[in-house]
Ligand binder design. Structure first.
Ligand code: ADP
Length: 206
């Protein structure tokens, strides 16, 4: 261990990635309520952590009750909710961590804002990977583990995505998971293959 500490102002992204031995990027999960976003993101986070890769998942529980507890569900607040999540994910990614976000994020324009935050005019954009967790609304409604569709159908939840509010599907997501046709393990494997193929993580030696 070196005892002489060298310090200089500001680390570059590549220096930080080199020292942390991993790249930072954001995996942005989007899809209907009960499409499987949290389940897949949680399984993937665990898998990445087991590989020794720093990863952290942002979801409704750790964001809505903390950072964004001042925000409601009106259109302006929903936009601000997503913008802040985008900013936080970007900071995690910039710190050479893998940020995973699991929010419905139903609007193309909002997801574009989050994506654009990761771009840079200095040519060192942070990778932003949109993961579309896609299931037909009927399947989501049949799974409905929290009974939210039932409540929405009964008119107890206004502006419920897929029922009484739109879901704007991604046009060209980096990863498209057909989550009515695969197991959670297969979905994780599909995402891992993408990350290996794009050289975002290094495949462990067999
Ligand atoms: P979201 O975070 O999108 O609201 P969840 O992750 O809570 O959705 O998943 C909704 C339900 O679907 C859960 O009960 C979960 O166990 C189930 N589920 C998720 N992925 C799959 C899958 N590939 N096959 C079968 N059931 C799944």
């Amino acid at each position: 261990m070196a005892t002489n500490i060298t310090w200089h102002e500001g680390l570059s992204r590549s220096e930080r990635n080199g020292l942390r031995k991993q790249k930072g990027f954001t995996l942005w999960f989007t899809g209907l309520s009960a499409s499987g976003k949290s389940t897949i993101a949680t399984a993937l986070e665990q898998h990445l952590l087991h590989l020794g890769l720093a990863s952290y998942r942002l979801d409704g529980d750790n964001v809505r009750f903390g950072l964004n507890k001042d925000l409601g569900f009106g259109e302006k607040d929903r936009n601000e909710n997503i913008r802040r999540i985008g900013e936080v994910a970007k900071l995690f990614a910039d710190s050479s961590t893998i940020a995973l976000t699991s929010f419905i994020s139903p609007y193309i324009a909002d997801r574009k804002i989050a994506r654009d935050l990761h771009a840079s005019d200095k040519g060192d954009a942070l990778p932003f990977i949109e993961v579309f967790v896609d299931i037909p609304v009927e399947v989501a409604e049949a799974r409905d583990p929290k009974g939210l569709y039932k409540k929405a159908r009964a008119g107890e939840i206004p502006n419920f995505t897929g029922i009484s509010a739109p879901y704007e599907a991604p046009v060209e997501p980096e990863i498209h998971v057909r989550n009515d046709q695969v197991t959670v393990e297969e979905a994780v494997a599909q995402i891992m293959e993408y990350l290996y193929a794009k050289d975002l993580i290094v495949k462990p030696a067999a």
